[in-house]
Design a binder for this molecule. Sequence first.
Ligand code: IYR
Length: 225
Amino acid sequence: MEKKLINGFEHLSYSRPDLSLEKLSENARTFYYEMNQRRTVREFDTRPVPVEVIENIIRTAGTAPSGAHKQPWTFCLIQDPEIKRKIRGAAEEEERISYASRMPTTWKKDLAPLGTDWEKPFLEEAPYLIVVFRQSFGLQDGEKVQHYYVSKSVGIACGFLIAAIHQAGLVTVTHTPSPMNFLSEILNRPVHEKPFLLLPVGFAKAETFVPNIERKSLEEILVRY
Ligand code: IYR
């Protein structure tokens, strides 16, 4: 392996396979077709999933780029039914108030096609919950470590996570109970970690339905210069 020093730091020679343009097109098309099959699913089968599958999904999320390579994320993996029960109870308590009085009419009108409500049975039914925490700063041997672009970094890692869940053949819903500080307490996280996203993971229920909604076309999301 070829090496070189840049700013006094070791760099390794790196390359990607030199693919034909046909293969390149096929790869991009195939990956898009695969990702376009992804749907947010709120109904889970209670069938178990080997923990090794979830570990590799989390490893994939950990391959995301991050500000100054600080990797400012923590993924909490919950299997314990008692902790799931606590999380569901606390999330539903917040959601009940949100749906009843915190969310304005426009918001609720926008959510109507998705069929969401305050009840979150998936928080107990899914075999796993992954709670992603953003680290506002790091701690190494009691010393504060500066983190950069934390939300962008953790957002990208969550994108990788969701893609890996789908690619494995499993489903998830990006659940953001609000406020979500109860997760820090239940999971006993240190103060420099803030809850970012909660994802139940598992097989989709044998018969489930998803909203009949469309994705924006390329021309709607792309501006060419
Ligand atoms: N957090 C609530 C409400 C909610 C908000 C949005 I924006 C969604 O896309 C879906 C749900 C809930 O989880 O029900």
